[in-house]
Design a binder for this molecule. Structure first.
Ligand SMILES: O=P(O)(O)OC[C@H]1O[C@](O)(CO)[C@@H](O)[C@@H]1O
Length: 333
């Protein structure tokens, strides 16, 4: 089987530079929109979160693609950059959203796992990423998108932690491989212990929020048909904590960014009043071999890689393959 050449971090840097040079004369990059569905939408969150937190000049927002089509933001214009991501490269909602962005004058970057995807024809630039669920850690979409964020910030405002960010980018694939091995036995155990659970909640905050959301809507609900909800650690105390008891399982994700205290507070409560608690901790996954300023972002990716293994463990124990569907691709919707 021919291997697909994925986009490198350096190539992302080149595309980012081209985009910046093009928009510089118009006043620079004003807005970044991420357009996608399901797992692809969740995977945009790191870029959104990074720019929202670190940038003073670039507004960032991700959209479920069809919302962008039906309720297009007024700010979409020639100073906007839209990232339209679809793993398969042909999801209609995402293709339509990319066209809307293009029609409004935005620079459109498309992303998929193949170079010749249908969506690639709509945009100005195309990025090819690897599917991390089949062990392609060199070009994970979340990391490639994050790299765009680092580059835009460096070019437009100056990013004081740029060197650390790029260094972390290089270390990431090795750390992901290490995480898979580290959690292998735990993931199997998680599967066995949770195979008959009707509901499993996920919880975290900050950059890792996408991992909790993806584990919930894609892995547990879509792939394993298990009820779930992803809860923000801060919001936990403003409603959801009332369901805590000794029978209800939670997957608690501890990030390594500034919002970790929120996660620790929620975990402390769960340990006091709950019982079925699985902890995925970015610190333990090895993110502290990187510089402190970027560990929140990369830690989120390591959490996701671990969460993916837990979902595989569940699929194995339930004898319910991850790609079994009842409705998707089978009925009209
Ligand atoms: O990334 P694509 O190819 O646009 O597909 C999106 C679909 O894939 C999933 O992310 C995973 O099956 C779904 O959540 C979503 O409906």
């Amino acid at each position: 089987m021919a291997t697909v050449k994925t986009t490198t971090g350096e190539e992302v840097a080149k595309i980012a530079e081209e985009i910046y040079q093009k928009l510089k004369g118009k006043g620079g990059i004003k807005r970044v929109y991420c357009l996608a569905c399901g797992g692809s939408k969740a995977s945009c969150y790191l870029l959104e979160n990074f720019l929202q937190t670190e940038s003073k000049t670039i507004f960032a927002q991700s959209y479920s693609a069809n919302e962008f089509v039906y309720d297009t933001p007024k700010g979409l214009d020639g100073q906007s950059v839209a990232f339209a991501m679809s793993m398969g490269g042909s999801t209609k909602e995402t293709m339509d959203a990319a066209r809307v962005a293009k029609e409004h004058g935005a620079t459109v970057v498309t992303l998929s796992i193949t170079p010749d995807a249908a969506i690639a024809k709509i945009g100005d630039h195309h990025v090819v990423y690897s599917d991390e669920s089949t062990l392609g850690f060199e070009a994970i979409n979340q990391a490639l998108l994050l790299r765009f964020g680092f580059e835009f910030l460096r070019l437009q405002e100056g990013y004081e932690f740029y060197d650390q960010a790029v260094d972390g980018y290089k270390k990431l694939p090795g750390l992901c491989e290490r995480v898979v091995k580290l959690v292998a036995a735990r993931a199997k155990r998680f599967g066995v212990e949770h195979k008959d659970e009707p509901v499993i909640y996920t919880m975290t905050s900050g950059p890792a929020s996408y991992a909790a959301y993806m584990e919930c809507i894609c892995m547990f609900m879509e792939m394993e048909w298990v009820h779930s909800s992803s809860i923000h650690s801060g919001e936990f105390f403003h409603g959801p904590f009332e369901v805590t008891d000794q029978d209800t399982p939670f997957v608690m994700m501890l990030g390594d960014g500034p919002t970790r205290p929120l996660d620790e507070r929620a975990l402390k409560f769960l340990q006091r009043y709950g019982k079925k608690i699985t902890v995925i901790d970015a610190k333990e996954l090895g993110v502290n071999t990187m510089d402190g300023h970027v560990t929140g972002y990369y830690g989120a990716i390591l959490i996701w890689i671990a969460a993916l293994e837990y979902a595989k463990g569940l699929a194995e124990a339930k004898e319910h393959p991850l790609f079994m569907r009842r409705y998707m691709g089978k009925v009209e919707y």
